[in-house]
Design a protein around this ligand. Structure first.
Ligand code: SAM
Length: 216
């Protein structure tokens, strides 16, 4: 199974546990890799799409994996009470991840979240709902930057810059920041009105975050 840096990063945060749930598993790579590494007794691989789960079913059959349970359904509705220790939700937008978490009143020992856009919406939700990142960093994978957020229940009071860009720590953050500054500057040079204001604000926040860390 060929994994990318983003998936390796997600796997690196899965401690040995009883049950991991991989919500929105799609192709099933993350679930199958957890099983192959013996990181959990049982892996619940779920997806809202039956078609996606068929891909995961094919993969686990081909790999001869026995301890991945496939479940169709939205978000964490597929889980029974106290069934799961570690919750993984990766490869969706931050607003969708926040909606999935908002529909869930139970809490989990560990959350491994990887939003692909609208990261600020997810972090704001986390802050409002007492989910605190223990680790929040960027990883470069196949020419793109991804957010990896490892969290547990607890108070989270992020700066506005952290809502957008995470903690600002980690090796790939330096590369990300050069990339993102150039990207925002290019948008600003062509934008007007609200788009200009929003992207200028993001650029200012990113510069502020970098400056704060340089002074640490
Ligand atoms: C891009 S794939 C991500 C696959 C994998 N988690 C990863 O990170 O590589 C997103 C998957 O989320 C599923 N999905 C979207 N909304 C969902 C929901 N509310 N509950 C469960 N799965 C959902 C989609 O069907 C799709 O298979």
């Amino acid at each position: 199974m060929k994994l990318d840096n983003r998936m390796y990063a997600i796997l690196s945060h899965v401690d040995k546990c009883r049950v991991v749930a991989d919500i929105g598993t799609d192709h099933g790579y993350i679930s199958a890799s957890i099983a192959e590494r013996g990181l959990a007794d049982t892996i619940i691989a779920s997806d809202i799409s039956e078609k996606s789960l068929l891909k995961a079913a094919k993969l686990i059959k081909n790999e001869g994996i026995m301890n991945v349970e496939l479940r169709v359904g939205s978000g964490t509705s597929v889980l029974q009470d106290n069934e799961c220790d570690t919750l993984i939700i990766a490869g969706m937008g931050g607003a969708l991840i926040a909606n999935i978490l908002a529909a869930e009143s139970r809490s989990f020992n560990k959350y491994i979240l990887s939003p692909q856009r609208d990261q600020d919406i997810l972090r704001k939700f986390m802050s409002d709902n007492n989910i605190v990142p223990l680790n929040d960093y960027k990883v470069e994978s196949l020419g793109r930057f991804y957010d990896i957020i490892v969290a547990e229940k607890g108070k989270y009071l992020p700066l506005e810059s952290e809502l957008f860009f995470g903690s600002g720590f980690g090796i790939d953050f330096v590369k990300f920041r050069y990339y993102e500054i150039a990207r925002l500057q290019a948008i600003i040079s062509m934008a007007s009105g609200d788009k200009l204001k929003f992207n200028q604000k993001k650029l200012n926040l990113l510069n502020k975050l970098v400056k704060n860390h340089n002074n640490d």
